[in-house]
Design a binder for this molecule. Structure first.
Ligand code: NAP
Length: 313
């Protein structure tokens, strides 16, 4: 029989939001566990370097997440990595998370499961992640000073991030599968005035090529069927992101794309359940915003637990 653990708060996801929440919850003197489907550290563990986390002008993503983890350890946060989540019941009392190894019962749950960028699904994409393929212009743009890069997509993210990249790159191709952008008109107008942007219409990426680093992409014009090669040092697919919500859908309020709706205290539509970081509806998805969300969510989870105690006393 699976081992059963009881905690005041279980945090699902051990990225920056999860660790920050763990630190604040544990310092709030509630028993706290972080449960993650893989190794702890979340998405930033895969970033080569970060230059925008205050206090660290330059730090490896893995190194920063190690610091977050050491900090959480200092306050006695219990850690359960590599837990394949089988089911989550947020509506029961206590809330129950069943994994392949254990059952976790919690008076409150903080969802910090993050989001994943939609992938192009072409040869070379996985292979060159961190070596020319990036899903975060804010994180990696500065590494492309005076280089040529491509952004894929025609939505607000693709166009805004392409403009951001023109601060560094000498040229930015925007490769879009149609001949009309989906981005807001005002964003389009700004983009069309930007001389460093070159739009490649009706075109999809078929392959990402390189040796150590990316050096070109193979593209296909969807109207003519013609393929060609474009020389680039980097490629940023911005074709949408998806929240990691498989285990919660249907139990909690989400927007049309599945992101969890919260109020200013990170509370979701379910009492005792908070959502923080990339998984929630938020205007900016960064390490610092996830960490800030974690602090807020944990403080309000602790308040919720205190109120519960008063009711049961
Ligand atoms: P999005 O609006 O869904 O746009 C995704 C883009 O990628 C679309 O142009 C789409 O093409 C293209 N695409 C999708 N799958 C593709 C594939 N397999 N291959 C090639 N291209 C593909 O996503 P987003 O830009 O990430 O924005 C998501 C939401 O956040 C939107 O509601 C957006 O308005 C909002 N947002 C707002 C702001 C802002 O207000 N400042 C900033 C960023 C995002 P099609 O156009 O042909 O479908």
């Amino acid at each position: 029989m699976a081992q059963i653990f009881d905690f005041d708060t279980v945090i699902l996801g051990g990225g920056p939001g999860g660790f920050a929440a763990g630190i604040y919850a544990a310092r709030g003197a509630v028993s706290t566990a972080i449960v993650d489907i893989s190794m702890l550290g979340g998405q930033p563990s895969n970033y080569l370097e970060l230059e925008n986390y205050p206090g660290f002008a330059q730090i490896g993503g893995y190194e920063l997440m190690e610091k977050f983890e050491e900090h959480a350890d200092k306050f006695g946060v219990n850690k359960f990595p590599m837990q394949e989540i089988v089911s989550v019941d947020l509506l029961s009392n206590p809330k129950v998370i069943v994994t392949n190894e254990a059952e976790f019962r919690a008076k409150s749950v903080i969802i910090a499961t993050g989001a994943k960028p939609m992938k192009l699904g072409v040869p070379g994409e996985e292979e060159f992640v961190g070596r020319g393929v990036s899903y975060c212009a804010v994180c990696d743009g500065a590494f492309y000073k005076d280089k040529v890069v491509a952004v894929v997509g025609g939505g607000n993210s693709a166009v805004e991030e392409a403009m951001y990249l023109t601060k560094f790159a000498s040229k930015v191709y925007v490769i879009h599968r149609r001949n009309e952008l989906r981005a807001d008109k005002i964003v389009q107008e700004r983009a069309f005035k930007n001389e460093k942007l070159e739009f490649v219409w009706d075109t999809v990426v078929k392959e990402i090529q390189g040796s150590d680093l990316v050096n070109s992409i193979v593209v296909e014009n969807v109207k003519s069927g013609e393929t060609s090669s474009i020389t680039v040092n980097g490629i940023f697919p911005y074709i949408g992101i998806l929240p990691n919500v498989d285990n919660f859908t249907g139990q909690i309020e989400q927007d049309q794309r599945g992101f969890i709706v919260t109020d200013d205290t990170m509370k979701t539509s379910v009492d005792g359940v908070y959502a923080i970081g990339d998984v929630r509806v938020t205007p900016l998805r960064q390490v610092i915003t996830a960490a800030a969300d974690g602090a807020i969510g944990a403080v309000y989870a602790v308040k919720y637990l205190e109120a519960l105690k008063e009711v049961t006393v």
